[in-house]
Design a protein around this ligand. Structure first.
Ligand code: EPU
Length: 337
């Protein structure tokens, strides 16, 4: 266990704050020991995965536990399907690349998402027409109330858009240890209906894409507009895309005729990036913080020296602008600590 260490290397925003205590765990036993230590010493705990969806706004006065459990396991289900289980500390993108190398289908649209496997169920990560709920079978967790291992099935996870039981009723109660996915070995379900993928494949003159082609297309799209956290600190989309009632959307359409929206029954999902851009934030920098010049929904630590508070205040200013212009309240997607 280390004392007073900077968590800058452990969050993709690159915010420099200190944790009073820090430990990296590689096994369930080490994790239990760390949790018991925190209980014995009345320390608050914070679990760190890939640090790609977190904003630290102040020093952390407890025990930060970095989850580094590693390993990937495979079990045949039938001729066409395989159950692949990865431990929480596996890097998400490396895991996706591993499955594609073996020609297992299902995760290709989720290529290049930052973070680790263990945090993927938290917010039901999704991109380009796929969410993990589409291939998720179960996850094993450590229940912090009794230190027992438990399994959550797809139904029990209550997955929604960037949402799960682990962010709601179960918040702070479970540490995800491993996640199992059902992938295809052949007869892959190629998903190219998301506009940008189609265009990207057409540009490369690919008419019958493989899962590897879809992955490459997704990687190209992401690299063309999303900043690489290794170069410029960020946590991907900072806000969720808001869902508003159809009547409110129709009202807005009268005033803003180009407003994009994806209707679903009597509600409409509106791209937050568009709303933020319309308020003049795209590419705008205040101090060390900016809204990304190619994707307004992504807030970036431009200079590398931004404090968490600066980033948080910047996000508050965006929320106020969007509220004032459109009457829509944006909700942060990133966890604020
Ligand atoms: N748009 C703008 N201006 C912008 C950004 C976007 O007008 O600055 C418009 C685009 O023109 C487009 C629409 O907004 O019509 C949607 O944009 P995009 O395809 O980039 O997707 P998004 O809704 O902004 C979501 C996810 C991303 C995911 C992409 C692709 C959320 C909060 N974000 O972004 O996820 O990669 O779709 O599926 O749902 C993440 O969660 O960190 C993340 C990057």
């Amino acid at each position: 266990m280390q004392e007073n260490i900077s968590l800058k290397p452990y969050n993709t925003f690159g915010v420099d704050i200190n944790a009073k205590y820090f430990i990296e765990v590689q096994t369930i036993e080490e994790l239990k020991d760390a949790v018991n230590y925190s209980k014995d010493h009345a320390l608050q705990v914070l679990f760190l995965g890939g640090g790609s969806n977190i904003l630290f706004t102040k020093d952390f006065d407890g025990l930060a536990i970095k989850l580094s459990l590693k390993g990937i396991d495979e079990k045949d289900i039938n001729e066409n399907e395989i159950l692949v289980t990865a431990k929480a500390g596996e890097n998400w993108h490396e895991f996706v690349m591993y499955t594609l190398k073996k020609n297992y289908g299902g995760l290709e649209n989720l290529s290049l998402i930052p973070g680790n496997v263990g945090t993927s169920p938290m917010q039901n990560i999704g991109a380009y027409g796929t969410e993990i709920k589409d291939i998720f079978i179960s996850c094993t967790v450590l229940d912090l109330t009794d230190l027992e291992l438990k399994t959550f099935s797809l139904e029990q996870c209550h997955f929604g858009y960037r949402d799960s039981i682990f962010k709601q009723e179960g918040k702070g109660r479970h540490v995800i240890l491993e996640v199992s996915f059902k992938l295809t070995k052949k007869d892959h379900h190629i998903k190219t209906e998301y506009g940008a993928i189609k265009t990207e494949l057409e540009n490369s003159a690919i008419t019958h894409p493989t899962i590897q082609d879809v992955s490459k297309a997704v990687i190209n799209i992401r690299q063309s507009k999303l900043p690489d956290p290794k170069e410029t600190g960020n946590a991907g989309s900072f806000f969720k895309n808001p869902t508003i009632p159809l009547a409110q959307f129709e009202d807005l359409k009268l005033r803003f005729e180009n407003i994009p929206g994806y209707p679903n029954g009597d509600v409409v999902k509106v791209p937050a990036g568009w709303l933020i851009e319309q308020c003049g934030w795209k590419g705008k920098q205040i101090g060390n913080v900016a809204s990304h010049k190619l994707q307004a929904l992504v807030i970036v630590n431009m200079t590398g020296n931004a404090t968490g508070k600066e980033i948080f205040d910047f996000s508050t200013a965006i929320i106020s602008s969007v509220q004032e212009k459109f009457g829509i309240e944006l909700e942060r997607e990133v966890n604020i600590i």
